[in-house]
Design a protein around this ligand. Structure first.
Ligand SMILES: Cc1cc2nc3c(=O)[nH]c(=O)nc-3n(C[C@H](O)[C@H](O)[C@H](O)COP(=O)(O)O)c2cc1C
Length: 473
């Protein structure tokens, strides 16, 4: 009796689950596109994505998170030959083009879409995502990235990758301007659609925004009326000092790139402490860690499946991908040579591994063969469920980004074998909650709360569109 009461008052934390994917063949677990059952070569077909969205919704996934890069991986061996042969995120297509089609065949699945803010004006981006928030009925999220590839700068026609920390300063201003568009231009009841009086939108309730900053200037009314969430759910993966300051100020979901439970926990504690210092509720940021899972009916069968998958994996492609992440050509080192730390302008937090540990190309190839940079969890459904629950409880994360191995088989296996085990243990929902992606994640309504920095750009800071204009920023 007492136990039942305690359980009801303090139900165990339920796992939030995103599928982690990219609009390409080779995403994280490189080489598996060659597996006879893998379908990822069909990534340019709409039915590949609409089928995936339906599958994920059957498994009650909270979201499909789609990574993206601008640029190509040309650091390894100084060219793109292996990148092309192994399809290491090349070709890769724009992820936001997939959303409307997937939203049409689902009702609850959220979409976390990566967009690099360095290469487009905030206005164009804000308009596209506000439009998507309308069409998905409040199910869109944005993974904020600033880019780390020199190849992107060349493709876009800019010279030299901006300094790592300066990229985050630009991101701050980009967000501020987006908040003005999303939160500060239209009042909630501006759209009347009043046919009898010929008033679609009330001119008194649509306001010009003004922005004059270091990187951006804009003034005028936003073209999109208020959507369910207004600001999409904000995801970020900053891990460096500057990146963490940015993310803990703005993000509602953060991705942790570590592989060992103790490292993940360190990062979780750091993020929650920093969020508190920034005046935010530390639990207003949901924390996710990437995982790869190979599961089958028994532990033994799962090990056999892993061995079978591994035959198709390409550890060298993993190393080539890693070379671009750290901005260093790792083909230049002997297989058993410790890679020295060099300061680069790429992903600071990944590169810092070379400072902390002696790592050789052979170590990286072994680690990157399957599972990539994430914990690799193998076993029967019950065993995987237990391992996930331990990882969640031990580290304090809120959920996982599940990579694909053999697509779509690995997600189907997870849904068939692992989800029922998690549900039996009370650690996974048995039905979706209503409302927007934000409400599903936080149960605090569809909009950002008053504690979020975006709230300061709400309408009391703007003026009617035809009124006297004041500069802000
Ligand atoms: C799980 C995860 C997913 C990421 N996805 C992307 C991505 O899709 N595109 C991208 O350019 N960077 C991506 N990144 C890299 C981050 O944007 C960021 O550069 C990285 O986490 C390091 O942060 P730092 O710049 O503060 O060192 C991802 C990082 C993590 C941990």
């Amino acid at each position: 009796m007492t136990n039942i009461k305690t359980d009801t008052q303090n139900p165990p934390k339920q796992i939030i689950l995103n599928a982690f994917d990219m609009n390409c063949a080779g995403h994280i677990n490189h080489g598996l596109w060659t597996h006879p059952r893998d379908q990822s070569h069909r990534f340019n077909e709409l039915s590949y994505w609409t089928d995936l969205a339906k599958t994920l919704e059957q498994g009650l996934f909270d979201g499909l998170f789609i990574a993206d890069i601008t640029g190509v991986y040309d650091v390894y061996q100084g060219n793109i030959d292996l990148t092309l042969k192994e399809s290491i995120q090349l070709p890769s297509h724009d992820p936001s083009t997939l959303v409307s089609a997937m939203a049409a065949v689902t009702e609850h699945l959220g979409f976390g879409i990566t967009v690099n803010l360095s290469y487009e004006p905030p206005y164009q981006f804000a308009r596209r995502f506000a439009s998507l928030d309308h069409l998905t009925q409040g199910r869109i999220g944005w993974n904020i990235v600033t880019g780390y590839l020199d190849s992107a700068e060349r493709l876009i026609g800019q010279t030299g990758l901006k300094d790592h920390d300066l990229r985050y300063s630009q991101a701050e201003e980009f967000l501020e301007l987006c908040y003005k568009f999303w939160e500060g231009s239209w009042e909630d009841d501006a759209v009347l659609k009043d046919k009898a009086n010929r008033i679609f939108s009330d001119p008194a309730k649509v306001h010009a925004i003004h922005h004059q900053g270091q990187f951006y200037q804009s003034q005028g009314v936003f073209q999109v009326s208020p959507s369910i969430q207004r600001t999409p759910v904000l995801y970020q993966a900053g891990a460096s000092k500057r990146g963490l300051t940015f993310a803990t100020q703005h993000a509602e979901g953060m991705f942790i790139g570590a592989d060992k439970p103790e490292k993940i926990k360190q990062q979780v504690d750091k993020i929650r402490a920093q969020a508190r210092e920034q005046g935010r509720d530390p639990h207003a940021i949901k924390l996710f860690v990437g995982i790869s899972v190979v599961t089958a009916e028994t532990d033994e069968l799962a090990q056999e499946k892993l061995a079978e998958y591994a035959r198709y994996a390409s550890p060298e492609a993993g190393l080539a991908h890693f070379s671009s992440s750290v901005g260093m050509d790792l083909s230049k080192f002997a297989d058993d040579e410790a890679i020295p730390y060099q300061k680069t302008n790429s992903i600071a937090s990944v590169n810092s591994k070379f400072k902390e540990q002696q790592i050789t190309p052979n170590d990286l190839k072994a680690q990157l063969q399957l599972g990539g940079r994430y914990p690799l969890i193998i076993g029967s459904g019950a065993s995987v469920a237990e391992q996930l629950i331990s990882l969640l409880d031990e580290t304090g994360v809120d959920g996982f980004n599940l990579t694909r191995t053999v697509a779509p088989e690995s997600h189907q296996d997870f849904i068939r074998l692992v989800i029922p085990e998690l549900q039996q243990r009370g650690r996974y929902k048995t039905a979706y909650t209503a409302g927007s992606l934000r409400n599903k994640l936080f149960q605090t309504g569809d909009r950002l709360t008053a504690q979020h920095p975006a709230a300061q750009y709400r309408l009391d800071h703007t003026e009617p569109h035809s009124g006297q204009q004041q500069q802000s920023a």
